[in-house]
Design a protein around this ligand. Structure first.
Ligand SMILES: [Ca+2]
Ligand SMILES: [Ca+2]
Length: 895
């Protein structure tokens, strides 16, 4: 038992003795205290008489291997049966017990002791039957000889890790010590990645405890998780946290955090194969002896290649919360950034710890040096996620390979960083960072009104004196320390026409800064007149720190602080109240030329602004118009302007100076696009700004308008016939055909869905109307209260033909008619009809009356006679009768 316990922490023993009675001498529950358990075993007294082997096995299955007596579910179970004789006085059979369900999976060994077993065939047969295999049956001539087979039995119990499974076989090949860590309170942690079939675990030896504790995942964790690949610890005021990475846990990797009661928290990785948890760093950023952050390397993290990254967790109320990530430079696809992480002390002197991260495969030249380390600086809120420095072997001219595979730091007054690479380590000495803030001070920082001309004949004797001072902020200069500062001025740097000149200025100035000298001599400039007498004159200074002549710099500038400063010189402005120019320009009177833009119809949209400055002079007054994409700027007059890509116009109103009482008129003309718009409303915004006190809003206004798409179709209509004139006799005799034709023509450019509705209404008393056919055939027809309604849906110009039949029984008066009306409707929110959309066709019914009188006959006869006379006269004139007369004469002469 003792030997097994030293290598198997979770192996538990129970001992059952069987003789006249069967009793549990040691239960599985009594294993917690090893010494006590061993003493209990030593004091067992042998029971004699009966050998109820089958009942003893039955007892083990029903009384020992049960959860209430300490048997764990899924644990591997084993019975070692010792007997000094064959079965006797047992009412159970071996077959019965060995075939019980509870016996499934229980590994059995049998040891026969003494001549009553060793020399008896039946007893041996029973023992082999119990063990299930001849190889698991051992025999000894007496109990003392047991020692000889003990070691081979132990071997069988512990087995070979990874080949034979079972509780207690798991710490062989555990690779304990793969990683190690000494905690703040003196405990030792050893990662054992191979434990439990490479699911891994941590062996912990606490300072005050003699025994070791094995920590692993409480749940049945996947094999090959490699828990223990990395180990570290975090400490906060009240407790310790033991932390270990399992880079292959669930394939994404995970970090296990155990508290002092071994309760665990799992921080999962976020990408399969990223090896999250391979590297850990618990970081105390502010140096108050309490951990603030946990940095977890995922060196195989993939974006395009295997870039790697470091995830940052913040320790908040005893738990870790995600707090960003660190990355290397984007251009290195196979960097393995995060392969090593180390706290390197406070290298930049801000009292916050800084971190180095190794990226051992970064390279610009696959055959040249590879690897780099990145420095990330701690600050009040945590860790800056932009690196301050990247160091690669080419920086110091060395052809190192895999530089950054390992990183650590040492040193107390000065910090050193040691970086591992293939076959060696490089020690880097850190330089102390200094922040230098230059200050510019101009004596005359305003150009008076009288000077604001560009008169070449005028002498501008105004001298501008500029004083520069360098202020060291961090790690102040110590006595006898000299810093070489190199600086340059750029006068009026954003203007082509410079308004300042300097006759005696050097391009680059060198200045030696010491603890009691931080300001070089003042410099004098000349103002040389101005075309632009409004925009401030800007003087820019930038500086660098130079290495001293012996070549070794002592300080380095902070990368996060600017090494540039700008000083402005203003122009005096003419204002009612000195120093405060208040202009007064309003957009109130401006308005849009139309409230609705009809795409395809509206030619232009314009706004006319008439702007008057009722207040002080306004400098750099600008009207910014933002308009929707359905408009194009056509014309802007009469001011200077710019049209930007994002549908904006900047109109420069009387730049630079929109004087008091001055007036300007701006007419902006837009042209709507021709493409269909889905907008129903749009706005143009106008913002008026001035530059008197920085950029300042003077007024603003929004102009809203409706947007529709043109529908340029119209209707024509006719009836055939247009009138029925029927005599009394003709009525009721036949059906009469009546056809209505409506034609939709024009352009439906924006594909409106047009509903054409035709109503045929009878204003008749005794006439019936029947619709015979309608074209197109997909129109629908309905009839209600003497009115037919025909509804058609159209997109393209088309003709609608309605054939009807009337049956006129009688016509009452002169007002009887049939009226057909066609009307077009459509979505009026989107379309605007711009032509005839309604057409009415009227068919009149009239009765013809026959008057029975002779007058017409007489008149007709006279008319006929007159006609006859005239005809005769004409015929005579033509010689019709003469010829006839001649023929008659010839005939008579022959006679
Ligand atoms: Ca801290
Ligand atoms: Ca720092």
């Amino acid at each position: 038992m003792k030997n097994v316990w030293t290598s198997c922490f979770s192996c538990n023993f129970a001992i059952v003795q069987y003789g006249s009675k069967i009793r549990t001498e040691l239960s599985l529950l009594e294993n917690d205290n090893g010494t006590k358990a061993l003493n209990k075993v030593k004091s067992i007294k042998q029971a004699y008489n009966l050998t109820r082997t089958a009942s003893a096995l039955y007892h083990v299955l029903t009384e020992v291997f049960v959860p209430e007596n300490g048997s764990k579910n899924n644990s591997k179970k084993m019975i070692i049966l010792l007997s000094d004789g064959e079965m006797m006085g047992d009412n159970r059979t071996l077959e019965g017990v060995l075939n019980m369900v509870e016996m499934t999976g229980v590994l059995r060994f049998a040891i026969g002791v003494g001549p009553l077993v060793v020399n008896k065939t039946r007893a041996i047969k029973q023992m082999v039957q119990i063990s299930g295999d001849e190889k698991r049956y051992f025999n000894v001539s007496n109990y003392a000889a047991l020692e000889n087979i003990l070691s081979s039995l132990e071997q069988s119990i512990i087995g070979i890790e990874g080949i034979q499974k079972g509780a207690g076989f798991h710490l062989q090949l555990a690779e304990a010590g793969f990683s190690s860590h000494l905690t703040h309170e003196g405990s030792l942690l050893f990662g054992a990645v191979g434990a439990y079939d490479w699911s891994g675990g941590i062996i912990m030896k606490r300072e005050k405890e003699k025994i070791v504790t094995f920590l692993n995942a409480s749940t049945e964790e996947p094999r090959f998780s490699y828990l223990g690949y990395s180990v570290t610890s975090a400490h906060i005021a009240t407790k310790m946290l033991y932390i270990s990475g399992a880079p292959r846990y669930n394939l994404t990797g995970a970090v296990f955090v155990f508290d002092e009661t071994f309760e665990e928290e799992v921080l999962p990785g976020d990408q399969v194969g990223s090896y999250f948890g391979a590297v850990l760093l618990a970081l105390d950023v502010d140096g108050d002896e309490e951990t603030d952050h946990l940095l977890v390397g995922a060196p195989h993290f993939h974006i395009r290649g295997e870039e790697g990254k470091v995830l940052v967790f913040r320790l908040h109320q005893g738990r870790f919360e995600r707090d960003g990530a660190l990355h290397g430079m984007e251009k290195y696809d196979y960097a393995r950034f995060g392969s090593a992480i180390a706290s390197i002390g406070d290298v930049d002197g801000n009292k916050h710890m800084d971190v180095a991260v190794g990226a051992p495969l970064e390279t610009d030249d696959p055959t040249g040096p590879s690897g780099s380390i990145y420095i990330f600086n701690g600050f009040k809120e945590g860790l800056k996620q932009r690196h301050s420095q990247r160091i690669s072997p080419s920086d110091f001219g060395m052809k190192l390979v895999h530089f950054g595979q390992a990183v650590s730091a040492f040193g107390s007054t000065e910090n050193f960083i040691s970086v591992g690479s293939e076959g060696g380590a490089t020690v880097l000495k850190t330089l102390r960072v200094i922040i230098i803030k230059p200050k510019l001070n101009v004596k005359t920082d305003i150009i008076p009104l009288v000077q604001q001309t560009n008169d070449q004949s005028k002498q501008y004797d105004e001298l501008i004196s500029l004083q520069v001072c360098f202020d060291a902020r961090k790690n102040k200069i110590i006595n006898n320390e000299e810093l070489l500062i190199e600086y340059q001025f750029d006068l009026d740097f954003d203007k082509e026409e410079k308004r300042l000149s300097c006759d005696n200025c050097q391009k680059t100035v060198n200045f030696t800064m010491t603890s009691n000298r931080s300001c070089p001599d003042p410099i004098k400039f000349n103002f040389v007149g101005c075309d632009d007498c409004f925009s401030p004159i800007k003087i820019k200074l930038n500086f660098t720190l130079r290495a001293p002549s012996n070549g070794t710099p002592v300080r380095v500038l902070d990368v996060f602080s600017s090494n540039e400063v700008i000083q402005e010189i203003q122009f005096e402005k003419e204002c009612k109240e000195k120093g405060r120019c208040q202009s007064d320009i309003s957009l109130t009177d401006s308005k849009l030329s139309t409230n609705t833009v009809i795409i395809g119809f509206t030619e232009t949209l314009n706004i006319t602004f008439t702007l008057t400055n009722m207040g002080d002079n306004s400098y750099m007054t600008t009207l910014t118009l933002t308009y929707p994409k359905i408009l194009h700027t056509k014309k802007i007059e009469p001011v200077q302007y710019e049209v930007t890509n994002d549908n904006q116009i900047l109109c420069k109103l009387l730049h630079p100076n929109f004087r008091r009482d001055a007036q300007v008129t701006v007419n902006v003309i837009w042209q709507p696009v021709k493409e269909k718009s889905d907008l129903t409303n749009a706005t143009i915004s106008a913002v008026l700004t001035g530059g008197n006190n920085g950029t300042q809003k003077l007024d603003s206004k929004i102009y809203s308008f409706g947007v529709k798409n043109a529908l340029a179709v119209q209707l024509k209509g006719k009836a055939i016939p247009q009138r029925f004139s029927v005599t009394e006799e003709e009525m009721s005799k036949e059906n009469r055909e009546l056809q209505f034709i409506f034609e939709l023509f024009g352009k439906n450019e924006y594909r409106a869905k047009i509903n054409a509705t035709i109503t045929i209404k009878k204003e008749v008393q005794n006439t019936d109307l029947k619709i015979l056919s309608v074209k197109p055939t997909n129109c629908t027809l309905s009839f209600l209260e003497s009115t037919y309604t025909i509804a058609c849906i159209l997109t393209d110009p088309q003709v609608i033909t309605i054939n009807t039949e009337t049956y006129i029984r009688d016509i009452q008066g002169n007002n009887e008619k049939i009226i057909a009306t066609a009307q077009l409707t459509f979505d009026e929110n989107v379309y605007e009809g711009i032509d005839i959309l309604k057409k009415e066709v009227v068919v009149i019914l009239s009765k013809m009356t026959v008057v029975k009188s002779i007058a017409p006959i007489i008149c007709g006869s006279i008319g006929g006679l007159v006609f006859l006379i005239i005809l005769i006269i004409i015929l005579i004139k033509c010689g019709f009768f003469r010829r006839r007369h001649k023929l008659e004469r010839v005939g008579s002469s022959h006679q």
